[in-house]
Design a protein around this ligand. Structure first.
Ligand code: NAD
Length: 346
């Protein structure tokens, strides 16, 4: 087994978004020796508030900028002597990719390419000032594998790519670029493909915050199609621990799937959330449950995603720690304490 990578100066792209901000807070809290530079374009999905205490941490620098800006990214690698990249920045909402795919191609493909080029240049063997141990970790999604039927086995690292939306196609393209930079140039990369995350700081447009926001406002809770679509849900802290572990101990060039073995139908999630929210607010659950409405389905809506995270468990010892019920309770409590995160920005 190769020696683990020891991150020193970490560039986190998209660190003001949902998972990125949870990761920045996790990393600063769990490793006293790292320095973190967050690069975020502060699109509608990025918020300073998401960073919480990390925003004022002396070991953290927040830079507002675009990952597609090659000059900026190169300067940042040199100035901050970056030895580790954890790449979260992306356009991430499937519905937006259907109405406006161009931004997805630009950020997810061109942005990833720009980062890879900057990393390759800065870390080229023998380059002046290049750090000795370097790592490029790419954060991706299970959606690149397409859709499963009800009885199909879960996705594994061997599942062929079959993306169905402009979002998943642009993420699949970025995964291929990352893979190619390892194969062609020897760049030490790792990739994780994770299932649906939930938890604090998720943007109000996503499913779980939408259910909470709609219930609290007393307006219809939209659930796509028949509500029977299935997703595999993972609490965001468990994802952050997986990314941290793979960034340090993952085999260069390898892909690891991350998921909670926690499949639920969307309609069941909406109902469960109504109950958890009712418990937290003291409102009778029926008041929330009667707001649920089935609405016109998303075009090309994938039926089911499921992850077999066996490789990550066998090789690196990762396990999810949060149960779904306790994770949902924590999430609901967090949104009730942080209602600013339920405002829908455009
Ligand atoms: P998010 O939309 O909440 O955050 C994305 C962040 O990237 C935002 O802060 C945004 O401002 C920033 N960003 C967008 N374009 C940028 C650009 N051109 N330059 C710099 N910053 C830019 O997304 P998220 O849910 O936190 O997802 C983060 C990553 O994890 C994505 O790559 C996504 O594909 C992947 N992922 C998400 C999930 C999930 O359930 N949310 C699951 C698996 C994988």
């Amino acid at each position: 087994m190769p020696a683990p990578h020891v991150p020193g100066r970490v560039l986190v792209t998209g660190g003001a978004g949902f998972i990125g901000s949870n990761f920045v807070r996790h990393l600063l809290a769990s490793d006293g020796s790292v320095r973190v530079v967050t690069l975020d374009a502060m699109t509608y999905a990025g918020r300073r508030e998401n960073l919480g205490a990390a925003a004022g941490d002396a070991r953290h620098t927040l830079l507002e900028g675009d990952i597609c800006d090659a000059a900026l990214v190169r300067a940042l690698f040199a100035e901050h002597r970056i030895d580790t990249v954890v790449h979260f920045a992306a356009e991430s909402h499937v519905d937006r990719s259907i109405t406006g795919p161009a931004a997805f191609v630009t950020t997810n493909l061109v942005g990833t390419f720009t980062l890879l080029e900057a990393a390759r240049d800065a870390w080229r063997a023998g380059a002046q000032g290049a750090p000795r141990s370097v790592r490029f970790h790419h954060v991706s999604t299970d959606e690149v594998f397409g859709s499963l039927g009800e009885a199909d086995p879960a996705f594994t690292e061997e599942t062929p790519y079959a993306p169905n939306s402009p979002y998943s196609a642009s993420k699949a393209g970025s995964d291929h670029l990352v893979r190619a930079y390892h194969h062609t140039y020897g760049l030490p990369v790792t990739t994780t493909n994770c299932s649906n995350n939930y938890g604090p700081c998720q943007h109000a447009e996503k499913f779980i915050p939408t259910v909470i926001r709609s219930c609290l406002a007393g307006v219809p809770v939209p659930v796509y199609g028949t509500g029977m679509n299935v997703r595999d849900w993972l609490y965001v802290d468990d994802h952050c621990r997986a990314v941290d572990l793979v960034m340090r101990c993952g085999a260069p060039g390898a892909l690891y799937l991350v998921g909670g073995r926690n499949e639920h139908r969307n309609l069941d999630i909406a109902r469960l959330l109504c109950r958890v929210l009712a418990e937290a607010t003291g409102v009778p659950p029926e008041r929330y449950l009667e707001l649920i409405r089935l609405v016109t389905d998303r075009p090309g809506h994938d039926f089911r995603y499921a992850i077999d995270a066996g490789r990550l468990t066998r090789e690196l010892g990762w396990q999810p720690l949060e149960s779904f019920e306790s994770g949902l309770r924590k999430t609901v409590a967090w949104y009730l304490q942080n209602p600013w995160c339920l405002t829908v920005a455009v």
